[in-house]
Each structure stands twice: as structure tokens, then as C-alpha cells.
Design a protein around this ligand. Structure first.
Ligand SMILES: [Zn+2]
Length: 552
């Protein structure tokens, strides 16, 4: 069966295969200058070559009129086509066949519009002195303004909508609705991992509150978005390391200073969904939040999530009470690299936080309690023992008391671990979603019975959930309690994806079992053989119809 692929994924792969310099050379005479290639800009009357192409980064940028982007942006602009057409043009040029792809029509249309608006706002930014001055004052250079495709939203969008023939009912579905939120603001387009604009953030230039406004949640899931991920992806993959900061400006300023593996969690709270996306690209995460109290609480939350996802976590503490963007602007790249190099691991970080918190305590007990909590989170036994010894040394508490204290909590710890390391993540994900969202539960409850769960403890919990027990009784279940406490609410789209995988996996396992039995039974036992054949036929039919069903 031919595989149906996401066009955007294909486009990303294609982009990596082609040479942007070779492609653009068809339109612009390019000359090598240093690392880059320069030529006369095809998008504005250009006398001195101000159009630059970087083969290494796969990007172009004009220092005259400010346009820039990757090869698709170039094709869209120069040929006046939309994204889908641009992919087709490039594939044809490269002699690659486009696989069967699916873009939901409406979604595709919205991404297209986002792209059109992004280009329009980029152009307006370069015509707007006030906005440009603001960016220059903050120390931003042309190159990053273009790399992140910053823009400026006009006071009135209606002319543009008319000109482009964009109907109000379609505009309402974009991330720019209601437009009053964005008018007269600096625009930060937010990209997904493959470079689609999924939403916008608007920053005021007039000290209005709120400082930043994001697109509504209808098209844009903030908790699944990471600012800068598209621009940072390649650099993250180089060493599988990512620097996580809070703000948009932090990301942009770090990129400008050569720390191109940085992304932002879009505010202080780092979510499991964001963590999962990062896990595809990185193994080590440097958490680098602002040094205020919000930042410290955010850091602790983020490190919990990052540890759950098995990242190697480092905590970067920025001196002089500066935010990352201020720090790198003031002290430069090398100095920031030093901070990364010296960044403590989780245990060292939490230990020093505990010391700070308890420095004026009269009794050593509160400190020892906090330190024991730190020791408890270490999974490696040898390392844990080392820390226990250190705690004893530091607090003058006997080692065996500390050990006992840890053992007391160990029963619970064991269960924690078995959950963190258990293989059946899909069952857990599915169950966790319906535990937290009654709507999800009511959608699936007639379709799923406890046999769908292969892991005993999840099967038990599902049985409890379906037997109308009160919340109080349910909360006695350790797994239930833990799921309720987890902060990883998911969108309906994500839920249906989990549900489909969950159900499909069950059907496939049943099919496998039948096939195995058919292989093994005595062929003389015709009755059983026919029965199994029938069963196999039925289950294959069910799988087929399930695969073709669009929505559940
Ligand atoms: Zn130009």
C-alpha cells in the first residue's frame, strides 16, 4: 500500500537535499563572498549586491529590502505561488517524485494564509521606522530579524484582506483573529518543527498591557509550541543539546550571538508536550530561565518534566540578575558558553537551593529533610549512596538514619520507578487522558473494554473507572492520583491520535494471536480452523475499516 505522507515532512527532507545556491542561481547571478553568496536582489531595485544566500544554512536574506527565508519562501515569492505549489516546483526541479500527501484542506488553507500574512508583516516592518528603531535599540541585527521573520501588524487589515480576497469567515479561523489584539504590534510568527507558521505573538510598542498577546487556542496549541524550534533544530541535532529559555527575545538574542540551539517554552511553564517534541532532537537540556522567583519556580517544574522524560538536565544560572538576552548582549558568546559549561546538574542545583532556603534555620532537620528528598530522586544506586554520605557529612546526621528515612519512602519510590520506566507508555497516555478529561472518557467508553489493556495495573484502573466509583475511592488508587496531578492536558486532536493508536494496537495484537493459533493448530480440527479463519476475516475487516475512518 502506498504510504500517505505529510507534505510538510516531505518538504523538509527535500529542502535538505537540494542546494539553495544552485537553485537561486537560476534567477540571480551569485558571487561567493566569504561563507555566503551575494547578488543583486530580485525583489527590489538593487544597485549594490545586497542579496545574500547561505548554502550552509539554506537561507537567503536581502539587506536592502529585508526579505528572507528558506528556498520555499524564495520560490513562493519569485513565482508568486503558494507553499504546496512551491514544493511541487522544487521537487520537479530536483527530479524527485512527490509522494501521495495529505494536507487537510482547511488546515492547509490556514497555513497558507499565515504564510501570506507573515510575508506582508515582514514588509511592513521594514517600512516602519518606529518598530525598526525599537528592534535596533534592543540590539537586534537585520539577519536575525529576517531569520525569525519578525514583522509589524498594521492598524487596519481590511484593505489587505480585500486585496488578497480573503473572506472574513476564513480569516476568523486564522491565528490573527481577533485582529484588534495584534494591530500596531511587533509580530513574532511562531513556527512548528517543519517551518509552518502555526501562530503569532504580538508585542506592544507602546507599553500597553499585556506586553505580548498570542494567537487564540483554536488554531494554535501553546503548550505544544516551542518558539524558535524550526530555526534551532539543525543546531540542536549537532550535539543533541538544547538551551531552553523563557522569552522570545532571549531566543533571538542567543541565536544572534551564535547560540543557535536555543528555544523558548513560551512563558515560564514548560509542558510535557513541549518536552516530548524536544526529546526527538535532544538528549541534554540546559534550563536557562530568568533569575526572578517566577523563573525559579518555573525551573523546578521544568526540571521535573525534563527528568521524567529522561533528559540529562543542567541548570544555567545567569549572574548579575540578568535575563539571558541581556546577559549575552552584555558579555558575549564565549561568556555564555562558559555558563553552559559550568551549569550544575539537578542534584547540585537543588542542593544549593536547599542550602539557601534553610541558611537561617536553627534546627538542621528542615535542611536534612529537603536533602533527603533530593537523594530520593537519584535512580543510580551508587550515586545515591554518595549523596547520602555527603548529606551525613554536611548535617552531622548519622548515615543509617538518613538511609532509613529513604527506605521508608522507598515503597512508593519503587512504584514511581516502575511507572516511569514501564514499557507501555501508550496505555498510560490513553488512560491518563480519559482520567483527566471526562469528555474524552464519554467518547470512548462504549468502544473500549478492559481487555484492551494488556498491562494489569492499567486494566485494573480502567475497571475501577468504568464501575461508577466516586472520586474519593478512585483517588485511593496510586496511579489515578498521579495521573490527576500530572499537568499534561492534551488537545482533542492529540487524544484522537492516541486513541487510534491504542485501538489499532489492540486489533493488531488480536490478529497476531489468531494467526499464531492458525499456524499451530491441528489442521484436522476443521471446525476450529474454520472458526479461526472467520475470526481472522472479521478482525481484518475491522482493522481496514478503522484505518479508513477519518475521525473517530
Ligand atoms: Zn531586496
Amino acid at each position: 500500500m502506498e504510504k500517505v505522507r505529510d507534505l510538510y515532512e516531505f518538504a523538509e527532507e527535500l529542502r535538505e537535499k537540494v542546494d539553495i545556491v544552485e537553485y537561486i542561481s537560476q534567477y540571480v547571478k551569485l558571487k561567493k563572498r566569504g561563507k555566503n553568496y551575494m547578488g543583486l536582489c530580485p525583489f527590489h531595485p538593487d544597485k549594490n549586491p545586497s542579496f545574500s544566500v547561505s548554502r550552509e544554512k539554506g537561507l537567503f536574506h536581502c539587506f536592502g529590502c529585508g526579505v528572507g527565508g528558506n528556498i520555499y519562501h524564495f520560490i513562493m515569492k519569485i513565482e508568486g505561488v503558494d507553499f504546496v505549489k512551491a514544493v511541487e516546483i522544487l521537487a520537479k526541479w530536483a527530479g524527485v517524485e512527490i509522494p501521495k500527501y495529505k494536507v487537510s484542506k482547511e488546515k492547509g488553507e490556514i497555513f497558507n494564509l499565515h504564510e501570506i500574512f507573515t510575508s506582508y508583516f515582514e514588509k511592513l516592518l521594514h517600512e516602519n521606522k518606529e518598530a525598526m528603531n525599537y528592534l535596533k535599540k534592543r540590539g537586534l541585527k537585520e539577519e536575525v530579524i529576517s531569520k525569525f521573520r519578525l514583522g509589524y501588524a498594521p492598524e487596519d487589515i481590511s484593505f489587505f484582506l480585500k486585496e488578497k480576497n480573503i473572506k472574513p469567515e476564513i480569516f476568523k479561523k486564522t491565528g490573527l483573529y481577533p485582529f484588534s489584539h495584534f494591530r500596531g504590534r511587533l509580530i513574532f510568527p511562531i513556527f512548528d518543527t517543519v517551518g509552518r507558521v502555526i501562530g503569532f505573538s504580538g508585542r506592544t510598542l507602546k507599553d500597553e498591557e499585556p506586553k505580548y498577546i498570542n494567537s487564540g487556542e483554536s488554531v494554535f496549541k501553546k503548550r505544544e509550541a516551542l518558539y524558535g524550534i524550526f530555526q534551532a533544530k539543525d543546531s540542536i541535532l549537532k550535539n543533541r543539546e538544547v538551551v531552553l529559555v523563557e522569552g522570545y527575545m532571549d531566543v533571538i538574542m542567543l541565536h544572534q550571538n551564535g547560540i543557535e540551539n536555543s528555544v523558548s517554552s513560551m512563558g515560564t511553564s514548560f509542558t510535557i508536550d513541549q518536552g516530548r517534541i524536544l526529546k526527538r532532537f535532544a538528549d541534554r537540556i540546559y534550563i536557562c530561565f530568568d533569575p526572578d522567583t517566577g523563573g525559579i519556580a518555573g525551573t523546578k517544574r521544568a526540571l521535573d518534566i525534563a527528568e521524567t522524560l529522561n533528559f540529562d538536565v543542567r541548570i544555567v544560572k545567569i549572574p548579575e540578575n540578568l535575563d539571558p538576552d541581556e546577559y549575552v548582549l552584555k558579555n558575549g558568546k564565549e561568556s555564555f558558553f562558559e555558563l553552559l559549561k559550568d551549569a550544575p546538574d539537578v542534584v547540585t542545583f537543588l542542593w544549593s537551593e536547599a542550602e539557601k532556603l534553610h541558611k537561617n534555620d536553627e534546627s538542621a532537620v528542615p535542611l536534612v529533610k529537603d536533602l533527603i528528598e533530593i537523594a530520593k530522586r537519584i535512580r543510580d544506586e551508587a550515586k545515591r549512596f554518595e549523596v547520602i554520605r555527603k548529606i551525613a557529612e554536611r548535617t552531622k546526621f548519622p548515615e543509617d538514619i538518613i538511609l532509613n528515612e529513604i527506605k521508608r519512602g522507598k515503597k512508593k519510590k519503587k512504584r514511581d520507578e516502575s511507572i516511569l520506566e514501564q514499557k507501555d507508555l501508550l496505555e498510560r497516555e490513553f488512560l491518563s487522558a480519559i482520567v483527566k478529561n471526562e469528555k474524552f472518557f464519554s467518547i470512548i467508553k462504549d468502544e473500549i473494554d478492559e481487555n484492551y489493556f494488556f498491562t494489569e495495573r492499567y486494566r485494573n484502573l480502567y475497571r475501577k473507572i468504568t464501575s461508577n466509583l466516586t472520586k474519593d475511592v478512585l483517588e485511593e488508587d496510586f496511579i489515578y492520583r498521579e495521573m490527576i496531578l500530572e499537568d499534561n492536558e492534551i488537545s482533542e486532536e492529540v487524544f484522537f491520535d492516541i486513541f487510534r493508536r491504542f485501538k489499532l494496537r489492540y486489533l493488531m495484537r488480536v490478529k497476531e494471536k489468531i494467526i499464531k493459533e492458525i499456524d499451530e493448530i491441528d489442521k484436522e480440527d476443521e471446525e476450529r480452523f474454520n472458526y479461526l479463519k472467520l475470526k481472522l476475516f472479521e478482525i481484518e475487516k475491522e482493522i481496514k475499516s478503522f484505518l479508513h475512518k477519518k475521525e473517530v
